[in-house]
Write a protein that binds this ligand. Structure first.
Ligand SMILES: C[S@@+](CC[C@H](N)C(=O)[O-])C[C@H]1O[C@@H](n2cnc3c(N)ncnc32)[C@H](O)[C@@H]1O
Length: 254
């Protein structure tokens, strides 16, 4: 049980082991409150309430700021993303490419609904975007995406399609070769592990999730490590991301 003593700025956490008090501005209290906030946001579908330049974007805004920090640092030639939905993240990445004066985006989805395709194709940033329709681990799709990326192009890959462990692992295997050294493949939505019991969750999410896939992938690929991207600026005391993407950033090291 969690109690908040707002007047004294104290968080009281009671469990089987007893009761602990944290100053509300401490990293420990911030972490406890953030996890609760993430769970509340999942239950209330808070992340289904944003757009980027007109397109619905199903992401936690803080994750977008963090991935922006990574993209700006890496400055990839090409961003490959599985899972398009309404196209919000494709437009987000395209807007960064335009602002940086560098890069383009390839998006892959098993089904691009006609109204979404139309809106993306009519978007002012569409000339930065290539759409590929098909299952992201189908051989033909993987091969055609690979043909779109030149051997000297520096890729950054984002996985946001089917989040089962098996599928995320298959995507890691299929697309990791497109990732440049010191760039990343990002296996999103490992938060599933922490959502068992929540609405719209399944009991197998405790192991059947992209975080588990990322952990298994790095065990068998010594050219990748799971590494938290360093905050590019931090004058505060919080050093942990508030995120739907725990253990998601796999950096290619060789
Ligand atoms: C969470 S949504 C993507 C959201 C989008 N990246 C955003 O943030 O706005 C997941 C998408 O993955 C697609 N998808 C599911 N299974 C897939 C597969 N096997 N291959 C490619 N796309 C798939 C779905 O059609 C859906 O549009």
């Amino acid at each position: 049980m969690i109690k908040v003593d707002e007047k004294n700025g104290v968080l009281i956490v009671k469990d089987k082991k007893g009761s602990k008090k944290y100053m509300i501005g401490s990293p420990e209290a911030f972490s406890i409150i953030s996890k609760l906030w993430l769970r509340s946001g999942w239950d209330s579908k808070y992340v289904y309430s944003f757009t980027w330049m007109g397109r619905p974007i199903i992401q936690l805004p803080e994750d977008l700021i963090r991935i922006q920090e990574v993209i700006y640092r890496v400055k990839p030639d090409v961003i490959i993303e599985t899972g398009i939905a309404h196209g919000g993240t494709l437009v987000f990445h395209a807007s960064l490419c335009k602002a940086m004066g560098h890069g383009r985006v390839i998006g892959i989805d098993i089904e691009i609904r006609p109204h979404n395709r139309k809106a993306i194709e009519e978007h002012e940033l569409f000339n930065y975007i290539t759409l590929v329709e098909g299952g992201s681990v189908e051989e033909g799709v993987v091969n055609s995406v690979k043909r779109m990326v030149k051997s000297d192009e520096r890729g950054l890959v984002i996985l946001d399609s089917n989040h089962s462990k098996q599928h995320a692992l298959a995507e890691l295997n299929a697309y990791s070769s497109l990732v440049a050294i010191d760039s990343y493949i990002i296996a999103e939505d490992g938060i599933m592990e922490a959502l068992v019991g929540a609405p719209r969750s399944n009991d197998d999410w405790s192991w059947n999730n992209p975080k588990a896939a990322a952990e298994e992938f790095v065990k068998n690929h010594d050219n990748f490590i799971i590494e938290e991207p360093k905050f590019q600026f931090n004058e505060g005391s919080i050093i942990e991301r508030v995120t739907y993407w725990p253990s998601a950033f796999l950096r290619r090291i060789k």
